[in-house]
Design a protein around this ligand. Structure first.
Ligand code: ATP
Ligand code: MG
Ligand code: MG
Length: 547
């Protein structure tokens, strides 16, 4: 295997293990169950689970479910499914909400140390008193409440004595701190809301900063890896842990994955779903893991992608064609080749017996000549409309009046004539086949430059084919002025209802992958039914993207 240099987090881990700071590492992947996982989460999953695998540690799956309103079990189930599908196994399935009692006790501990207080101020007043990055904040009258009064009020908050927004619990740190997060941050707020796991037991909920680090510490997470937005939170992360004198988990930050031609925040993805721009979280145009799966991506292609982009400390925008490259490479090696005609026109071989069918041998994989299937050949065939030109352009090697081409794995034919309807569309092409030109047994001595694919009319199966393009017309829709939805590509989905595929594809199962030769890679969609097959284009054969 090729020697790769360590990324900066691996360097930290190796140093910590080398110094004996930890015997083994424990990481966590902490999704908030308020949406489906996207390809950005895959980066975090590969990083956290990958580190644990490499250094023989373990990873917890922790649902960061401290916000009762936006969370749902549907999301929990989908997240578990996606992490497993990506190929990872967690040591423990945990929920921040399981720590609500412990977190409450830790908050009481800070009150007892004189390091937290109940503030009766309105949210507006608290915000105004916070100051600005250039002006210090203001200490208000509630800051000097006695420990006893704080203990009593906090207990009353917990017991539901107050309404939403009437009081908060704040850490007593420094209203003049340069880091705004240290200006007496809120630890708990009152929210009379039902929680999907704890029901109505709690009416106070911890803020992210108080819940996250303490949950890390409760689990003895050694390396708590998050994205760069959390750099300014690190001082507070450490402050809570130091002052609570609990297990010293440490936070490290890396650059989140941003990818071209898509958006990567659950809030925006939820808008696309709720406002009907896509058919759901797993619409193959979405950047979610479930959408990539449905579109035909494999777990290993996503892992390879995450490996290739590496772990950086600076934000960047990754070209989506790198991800497409990863799946294309993989499918090129494994996807059986079959013939599919997307825009059919009839080709009639005039000198072929109409009662005859021949079973011709065709290879499934280019590098494996022994791996073959048979394809039925008969007098009437479907070919692509685009493979015929009435008046050929220069260097046209496909079909045209008088021209010859090879039918893939079959015979060389010569086009003799064609028929058009009243609108000028070609409806039927007539040709003569050369019996001595059969593939693998060609004694005709004729050389042709073009090979086209085809299907026997009486054998082919009808199918719906869905072609996907990028969901947005600009590289970074979230950074554009105005609503990101103004940049949705109106041609991101093209449905081809009247395509034909080889008949054995009727028995293909959901997710099964093929190369439709000359067209790209496709897989069976979950909406397929016997007799009504639906295929999704995973990726084109070549990077057709124009820069
Ligand atoms: P979003 O903004 O999409 O809602 P989030 O960070 O709020 O993302 P979480 O469910 O809290 O979503 O994320 C779980 C983990 O995945 C976190 O550790 C987070 O840092 C990481 N993560 C989220 N988005 C990305 C991304 N684009 N690239 C890398 N890691 C990410
Ligand atoms: Mg989050
Ligand atoms: Mg979020």
């Amino acid at each position: 295997t090729e020697e790769k240099s360590l990324n900066f987090i691996e360097e930290i881990v190796e140093e910590d293990l080398g110094k004996g700071k930890y015997e083994s590492i424990l990481t966590r992947f902490p999704p908030e169950p308020n949406g489906y996982l996207h390809i950005g989460h895959a980066k975090s999953i590969c990083l956290n689970f990958g580190l644990a695998q490499k250094y023989k540690g373990a990873t917890n799956l922790r649902f960061d479910d401290t916000n009762p309103v936006t969370e749902d079990v549907e999301y929990v189930d989908s997240i578990k499914f996606d992490v497993k599908w990506l190929g990872f196994t967690w040591a423990n399935e945990l929920y921040s909400s399981d720590y609500f009692d412990e977190l409450y006790n830790l908050a009481v501990k800070l009150i007892r140390k004189g390091l937290a207080y109940v503030d009766d101020s309105s949210p507006d007043k608290i915000a105004a008193e916070k100051g600005t990055p250039t002006e210090p904040g203001i200490e208000n009258e509630f800051r000097n409440r006695s420990i006893e009064e704080n203990l009593l009020l906090f207990e009353q908050m917990k017991n539901g004595k107050f309404k939403d927004g009437e009081k908060v619990l704040r850490a007593k740190i420094d209203m003049k701190a340069i880091n705004m997060h240290m200006r007496d941050p809120i630890m708990y707020r009152i929210k009379h809301a039902h929680h999907h796991r704890t029901g109505d037991k709690w009416v106070i909920y911890p803020m992210y900063d108080f819940a996250h680090g303490q949950s890390d510490s409760i689990e003895h997470i050694t390396h708590s890896i998050c994205t760069l937005e959390f750099v300014p939170h690190r001082e507070l992360y450490d402050w809570y842990i130091d002052n609570l004198e609990i297990f010293p988990s440490r936070q490290y930050e890396f650059a989140r994955l941003n990818m071209t031609y898509t958006v990567m925040s659950k809030r925006r993805l939820l808008q696309l779903v709720n406002e009907g721009y896509v058919s759901g979280w797993d619409d193959p145009r979405m950047p979610t893991i479930s959408a990539f799966r449905r579109k035909g991506y494999t777990p290993s292609s996503i892992r390879t992608f995450c490996d290739k982009i590496g772990v950086a400390r600076r934000d960047n925008l990754i070209d989506i064609s790198l991800l497409e490259f990863c799946i294309r490479e993989e499918l090129n090696a494994i996807a059986p080749r079959v013939m599919a005609v997307l825009h059919p026109v009839k080709l009639i071989i005039d000198n072929y017996d109409e009662n005859e069918t021949e079973e011709l041998v065709s290879e499934n994989l280019p590098n494996d000549p022994a791996n073959t299937r048979t394809v039925s050949f008969s007098k009437e065939l479907w070919i692509e409309k685009e493979d015929f030109m009435e008046v050929p352009v220069k260097k046209w090697f496909r079909l045209a009046p008088g021209a010859m081409v090879r039918l893939k794995s079959a015979y060389i034919i010569r086009c003799d004539s064609f028929i058009k309807d009243n609108d000028g569309n070609v409806t039927e092409i007539h040709a003569t086949y050369i019996p001595e030109s059969k593939s693998h047994h060609d004694t005709s001595g004729i050389n042709v430059k073009g090979t086209i694919h085809w299907l026997s009319v009486k054998h082919a199966t009808k199918a719906e084919i869905r072609l996907y393009e990028r969901l947005f017309t600009v590289e970074n829709p979230a950074m554009e002025e105005g609503d990101f939805k103004n940049f949705i590509n109106p041609h991101s989905l093209e449905i081809i209802p009247g395509a034909f595929v080889e008949p054995q594809l009727q028995h293909a199962v959901e997710g099964e992958k093929f190369q439709f030769i000359r067209h790209g890679y496709f897989c069976v969609d979950r909406e397929s039914k016997p007799g009504e097959m639906v295929f999704n284009r995973t990726v084109t054969l070549k990077d057709s993207f124009k820069k």
